[in-house]
Structures are given as structure tokens and as C-alpha cells.
Design a protein around this ligand. Sequence first.
Ligand SMILES: *Cc1c(COP(=O)(O)O)cnc(C)c1O
Ligand SMILES: [Zn+2]
Length: 390
Amino acid sequence: MALTRLDCTKCDRTYAPGVVLNLCTACNAPLFARYDLERAARTLRPEALATRERSMWRYHEVMPVEDPAQWLTLGEGWTPLLPTPRLGARMGMKRVWVKDESGNPTGSFKARGLSAAVTMAKVLGAKAVCLPSAGNAGSALGAYAARGGLEAHVFVPKDIASLFLMETRAYGAHVETVDGLITDAGRICAGLAKEHGWYECATLKEPYRVEGKKTMGYELAEQLGWTLPDVILYPTGGGTGLIGMWKAFEEMETMGLIGSKRPRMVAVQAEGCAPIVKAHAEGKPDAPMWPGATTHAHGLRVPKALGDFLILRAVKESGGTAVAVTEAEIIQGVKDISAAEGLFVAPEGGACVAALRKLQAAGQVTPDESVVVFNTGTGFKYVENMAPLW
Ligand SMILES: *Cc1c(COP(=O)(O)O)cnc(C)c1O
Ligand SMILES: [Zn+2]
């Protein structure tokens, strides 16, 4: 197995793989999986990838489980990177792509993280898994738990769109609604996990969701001929994808797949919940709890992220920035990309379209730069959320 250790992202503690691990026991920071990259680099070659499975597991040398028989997979990942020239032209940009995650199992990129995390939970002997969710993570957990024959427990804010409850329960998961936000749901989930011995899959609270999400970074590079774009816009809640891609770029450089050039990472948030934007503007290393968080883009309604310092570090090291957009701008972003390109995106994707418009207007991107906008989910699941604002 290429997985060799787990390193704390804050202190110098390291852990041996093969047992259930959550946060660092010394400092409570998230753990990162580390691999024998020298070994991985021997077989993870561009030529070899050409004939591999069309899912995120094509990068199995740098995934926590290499044996295909153990993967809990529904075909997640290897999503299209679509050139969007008409959308770009409307903003005076010549090279805009959308990494369209809407076709993932369960309709969002949460499938990547939970395919990896639930696979590892089962490998490590867990019988039940749990997490707090704004909707998409819960349905993905339910789906992969069903796939693996595990019990699933999901805790969601009570204003969640009804389809998420129906879908997640259809997978056989137990769903509890909580009076409060995802952070409140997280507290209840953590308490019950401890009591019942459930494997906790909350964002960055176990080391493997980020391993699934990092495959977006590998895919971008592979789809762009082993180059990276100048700018990436990522809708940031817990920040797993942004943190994961940043990790992936480092791994790829170590393996000689890419050079040292990095995209400017742009964390996109909603004005009603913008802890990362505020902390970035103030030059802080972490982001305090955002009071009274509100946005209809529920994936962005994360008032406090466990990996805040990792998001802020990546944004800063990359020379990127963090941008907040209004609810009206988010809806306009959804309408713009729908009309220009035929993509009915999630509001989180709409937020990135709106943010690109802002960056362009402020001269923070230039017309010839290559830009990748993330659409992290399907708009179909957000009809209830978007309808009052449409
Ligand atoms: C969860 C979610 C996000 C935020 O993802 P993080 O990696 O936790 O920042 C964005 N968009 C959608 C559709 C989501 O479900
Ligand atoms: Zn530590």
C-alpha cells in the first residue's frame, strides 16, 4: 500500500495508518494522508492513465485504498472540464472552463469525499458512519453507506430542502433535523458518535474525505495536459476541495507530473457567511465563527471551518484571494451560466460565476488568463432554495 503515514497539519505528530483516526490527539488539527510518492511515481504516469477507469479511483497510487475490490464506488469523479467560451465572452474573458461536478453520483462533488471516507471506514472495520450536513454530504454518505452495507446517521439543519430528507432516507440512512446550523448539527453528531462508536465523517475530522476531493486537482491537471490554469474559483464552505487540490498539486510536483507553477486559488463565499473572506482581508491565519450565518447556497453556510487555517494558507501562498457575493448575484450567476452554456448549476457554482465577474471588473484577472470555475453540484437539488429568489 502506498499510504505510509498520517501527518498532523499543525504540529509535528505523525501516526501509523491502519487504525481509525480523527483529529491530532495532541493539537486537534486535521490529519493528512502521506504516501510513498517515489513508488507511486513509477506507475502513476500520463501514458498509464489513458486506459484506466473513468472515475477518481484512476489515481489509486495516491488513494488510501489501492485494491479495487475494496472500493465503494458509484462512478464518482472524472467529470468534464468544459470550455465555456460564451460565458467567458460575456465577462471579457477568453479562456474560461467549468469543472462540472453536477454529474457525480448523488448530484454533487461530495460523492468524491464520501466514496473515499466510507471505503476507509469499512476497511478499518466500522459498522456505522455519521456526519453533519447541509444536504449534499448527507445524501452522499447515505449512498456510499448503502453501497457498503454500513449504517448511516446524518444530522441536518431543519430548514433543509425536503428532497434531501427523502433522498437520504431512501438510502436507508437515519436522518435527524437539528434546530440550528451545520455547526450545531456537528456538535450533536460528535456526541452521539462518541457514545455509539460511529465512524465520524465530518469535514476534515477524518483524513480521507480530503483524499477523495483532492482528485479534482489531479483531474484538472490531466485534463489540461499536465498544466494548471492561472486561476481557480472554488465555492468554499468547509474548504475540503480547495485544501485537497492544494495538497494534490504538491504531490504531483513531487512525482514530476507538473512543475512548480500554481494557480491563484480564489475562495468564494456568500456575503451572509464569509468568515474566510473576512479573515483573508484582515490577514489573519484563521477565521473566527461567523455569527448569524445565512445564505440559500447551503454548501456555503459554514460559519466555522475546522480547516480554516489550511484554506487561508493555500489562498495566501497561491497569491489568490477570497471574494464574497450577494444572494442576488448568486442567482444571477446561475442564470448567466445556464443561458450562456446550458448548465443549470447549483447556487454554489453560480457564486463562482458571480465572483469571476467581480474579479474581472476589479482587474484582478486579465482577459487572456486561463480560469477554472467550479460548479460543485446540480441546480436540480436547489429548486426549493432558489425559487423565492428567482
Ligand atoms: C459542500 C458543498 C460546497 C462546499 O464544499 P467544501 O469543500 O466543504 O468547501 C460547495 N458546493 C456544494 C454544492 C456543496 O455541497
Ligand atoms: Zn497536531
